[in-house]
Every structure is written in structure tokens, then in C-alpha cells.
Design a binder for this molecule. Structure first.
Ligand code: UD1
Ligand code: CA
Length: 433
């Protein structure tokens, strides 16, 4: 059965009190609107239409959908009206763009129902009874109407069957009735829920997953959705054999990939685009993003990894080491207090404590290449662009500016001189015996 999807995303997001439209706020590093589009894409849609505002129509997040503009936010029915000419399938599923936690299963169930019209209703548990969702009024077990919470009577407010705002409607009926919906006298808006004054034959699909239909209207809603998603990610990784020592203190991204037997210590933050191979150990308080960590790698504690970095098997990054845009070969180590940026390092190289790659000259970035089996002495400064060839030793406390040829020992610091008795002379002059 061919189904078109309309995502309503033209509202003002005024309750967010943010300059960024709510659809672009992120949950586990992914914008709200992409959750919905990606979920719909799992349901083999015919057309996906996003109704949005003119000022955000060119967003990169809309690259794979049809965008329709609602010139003014005059209500959900007015928004659907703006999409009508893009519909070509027999059925249309309409949903709000602020509901990132719904699953493809919910939408697939709705799409495959044989009823001409259907909607998903959530059964609110007692503690969510006060939530301002529209209520589904049944008459003898059959659909009667939807009342908006603000217009509901006290008795209607106690109805636990709430409108998720997800509907399947025969496209023909949608095109016929949406233009006939009248403005709500109180709010001046056109309510899509009023279409059910015309369409009476509606299957009500009841779902107990009220958490999945959580809409994002405020920053509090956003934080709740983040907490829900983080918890799901933690459960998923633990179920796959990842050892989270203190799960509630570890944060993941929607796209994090972790193999089994990885240990993640408390207070680790994993940003977008991270893969971690089996047997690796991420020590406490590390912040890692945009990197590929192979098997049996050690990271942290207090490590900062970013900018498309990679670590081959057995590599190790220690305390207070920052790595950006760099490649670490097998068993290469930087265990203490270093900054390694825009650098490629071969195998079994040891980067001493306090090593800094100077990749930025105030105008442009340059690269550092370090070979295999290199020993970089502590407190080395490597001024890029520079190449350190294989099997070299770099003397501690040096500043290197030129290529170090394979097999060489390089030192770039002043030779030590000892002036015998000079210190004693000074002490004596200062009167300190
Ligand atoms: C709507 C439903 C309510 C349901 C709830 C579920 C209506 C009248 N009410 O209420 O029954 O319980 O969703 O979350 O439909 N939008 C536009 N253009 C507009 C107005 C809204 O695109 O002119 C979009 C919003 O950006 C949002 C969605 O439509 O994504 C829903 O609008 P919102 O104002 O949040 O409706 P609710 O009050 O939540
Ligand atoms: Ca809403």
C-alpha cells in the first residue's frame, strides 16, 4: 500500500524560548526532525513532505524530503493544507515534527491497518493525567471526537485516552475536508483535529507507549527526551556486552558503535561518530568524539579525543592527553599530558610526557608525520610541517623544526654547562652562608 507522510514542523516553537527552532535541537547528538524523517524512511514511504517555515526551508536536514512552506503558523489544519498538492498516494499519514521518540513499528502498524482512517491514541498513566494532550472521546466504544485539552470539560480531562497527533487518513478525504475546517473561535487557529467533524469512521489504535509519543515543546521536554534516549542507549550497549561501570554517568550519541567487552568507566562523554572495538577500555572522565578506536585500546582517564582521529590495536592514550585529527598506529602510546594534532604516527612509537605538536601558526594548520619505533623524549616541541622518520630517538626538552632521518638521534637544546662552585659564591654574596 502506498502511503505519503506529512510532518508538521512550521510551529513557532515559542515555548522553547530559543532562537533555534525546536526541530533542530538535538537528542543524543541528532536533530529532532531527523529522528522523525529517519523513522519514516524505515516504513518505505512514497512521498515525505515536511511543512515548515520559510526561514528554515533550506536546512541541510531536509535534503531528502519535499519541503512545503506554511507562510504563517495558523494551526495544524492550515499546515496540512499547505502540503495537499504534494500528495499522490491513496493514504496519508500525518504526524508532528516534535515527537522524536516514536518508532517505525508504531507507524508501520498504522500504515497497514485496513481501516480507511485511523489514529494512534496513547493511554495515559495516572501520573500523566494532567498532560495537555487532546482527548479522544468514544461513544459506545467507537470513535466520536477529539477535544483539545484547553477546551475540554472537567470530565473530558479525566479521559485517559489521549491524542498522539498521528493519523492515517484517506488522501481523497483529506483533500476534500481540510479546506472546509473553520477557524477556532478562541485561538484563531485551524485545528486538524476538527477534520473528525467530517470523518466519523475512524479506527482508534491504542498504545500504552506514552513515552514514545512525548512531544518536545519546552526545554524541560527536551531534557526528558534526552534522558529517555540515553537510558535506551545504555540498556542497548549493556545488552550487547559492554561493561558500563556506572551507566547513568555515561553519555552516548545516537550513532555510537561499541563492540563487546569494552569497559567504560564513570563520567565518560561520547560525542557523534565514535566506534570502539572489542576489549578497549575507556577510563573515567574522558570526552571523545569523531574517532575510530580499534580493539584493545586504552583511552584516558581525562583524555580528549576529536576531529576524525583513529587508534590501531593496542594503542594507548593516557591522562590529560588531547588528540585531534591524528592517526595512532598499532601499540603506539602517548600516556601523559600531550597535544597531538594533525599527526600521523606509525607503530610502536612512544610519545613522551608533555609532547606538543605545533600544528597551527596563527594562520594555517600543518601536518606532522612520525614513523614507527620512534621514541619522542618528554617535553618535545614539534613544529609542523615536520617529518620524524622510523627508528629515531628525540632528546627530551627539544624543539624540532626539521626532518629527523631514519635511525638518527636528534637533540635540539643547549648543552648543559656546570660552573663549579658558582652557586656557593652566589649564596655567600646574598649572605646565606
Ligand atoms: C496537537 C494536537 C493535540 C495532540 C498533540 C500531541 C491539534 C489541534 N492538537 O497539540 O490534540 O494531543 O498535538 O502532541 O492538532 N504546527 C504547524 N503549523 C501550525 C501549528 C502547528 O506546523 O500552524 C506543527 C507544530 O510545529 C508541531 C505540530 O504541528 O510540530 C503540533 O503543533 P502543536 O502546537 O505543538 O500542537 P499541540 O498543542 O501539541
Ligand atoms: Ca506538540
Amino acid at each position: 500500500m502506498s502511503v505519503d507522510f506529512i510532518i508538521l514542523a512550521a510551529g513557532n516553537s515559542s515555548r522553547m524560548k530559543s532562537s533555534l527552532p525546536k526541530f533542530f535541537h538535538t537528542i543524543a547528538g541528532k536533530p529532532i526532525i531527523r529522528y522523525i524523517i529517519d523513522t519514516i524512511n524505515e516504513c518505505s514511504p512514497q512521498n515525505v513532505i515536511v511543512v515548515t517555515q520559510d526561514k528554515i526551508k533550506d536546512s541541510e536536514y531536509f535534503s531528502d524530503v519535499t519541503v512545503k512552506i506554511q507562510p504563517e503558523p495558523l494551526g495544524t489544519a492550515d499546515a496540512v493544507k499547505c502540503a495537499l498538492d504534494a500528495l499522490s498516494s491513496e493514504y496519508t499519514i500525518i504526524l508532528c515534527g516534535d515527537m522524536p521518540l516514536i518508532s517505525a513499528e508504531h507507524l508501520k502498524n498504522l500504515a497497514k491497518t485496513s481501516s480507511k482512517n485511523a489514529l494512534i491514541a496513547m493511554t495515559l498513566p495516572h501520573e500523566f493525567q494532567h498532560m495537555p494532550y487532546g482527548r479522544i472521546v468514544l461513544d459506545n466504544g467507537k470513535f466520536d471526537k477529539i477535544v483539545e485539552y484547553k477546551n475540554a470539560t472537567d470530565a473530558e480531562k479525566l479521559i485517559s485516552l489521549a491524542n498522539t497527533g498521528i493519523y492515517k487518513i484517506k488522501t481523497e478525504s483529506l483533500k476534500k475536508y481540510v479546506p472546509q475546517i473553520r477557524k477556532n473561535a478562541d485561538s484563531g487557529e485551524y485545528y486538524l483535529t476538527d477534520i473528525f467533524n467530517f470523518i466519523k469512521e475512524v479506527e482508534v489504535i491504542q498504545s500504552p507507549d506514552y513515552e514514545a509519543f512525548h512531544g518536545i515543546n519546552t526545554m524541560q521536554d527536551l531534557a526528558k527526551a534526552e534522558a529517555f534516549m540515553q537510558n535506551q542507549l545504555r540498556q542497548k550497549f549493556m545488552a550487547n556486552g559492554v561493561n558500563l561501570v556506572s551507566p547513568e554517568t555515561v553519555y552516548f550519541s545516537h550513532d555510537t558503535q561499541i563492540e563487546n567487552d569494552v569497559v567504560i568507566e564513570p563520567n565518560v562523554i561520547i560525542g557523534n561518530n565514535v566506534k570502539i572495538g572489542a576489549g578497549s577500555h575507556i577510563y573515567a572522565f574522558s570526552h571523545i568524539q569523531d574517532c575510530c578506536i580499534s580493539q584493545n585500546v586504552e583511552i584516558g582517564p581525562f583524555a580528549r579525543i576529536r576531529g576524525n582521529s583513529s587508534f590501531a590495536e593496542g594503542a594507548a592514550i593516557g591522562n590529560f592527553v588531547e588528540v585531534k585529527g591524528s592517526v595512532f598506529g598499532t601499540k603506539t602510546k602517548a600516556k601523559h599530558l600531550a597535544y597531538i594534532g594533525d599527526t600521523t604516527i606509525g607503530e610502536k612509537t612512544n610519545i613522551g610526557a608533555g609532547t606538543i605538536t605545533c600544528n597551527y601558526d596563527g594562520v594555517s594548520k600543518s601536518k606532522t608525520a612520525i614513523g614507527s619505533n620512534v621514541f619522542v623524549g618528554s617535553n618535545s616541541t614539534l613544529i609542523a610541517p615536520i617529518t620524524i622518520e622510523d627508528n629515531t630517538i628525540l632528546g627530551a626538552g627539544s624543539t624540532f623544526t626539521d626532518t629527523v632521518p631514519a635511525g638518527s638521534l636528534a637533540i635540539a637544546r643547549q648543552r648543559q654547562i656546570n660552573l663549579e662552585q658558582k652557586a656557593n659564591d652566589i649564596w655567600r654574596k646574598k649572605g646565606k652562608k
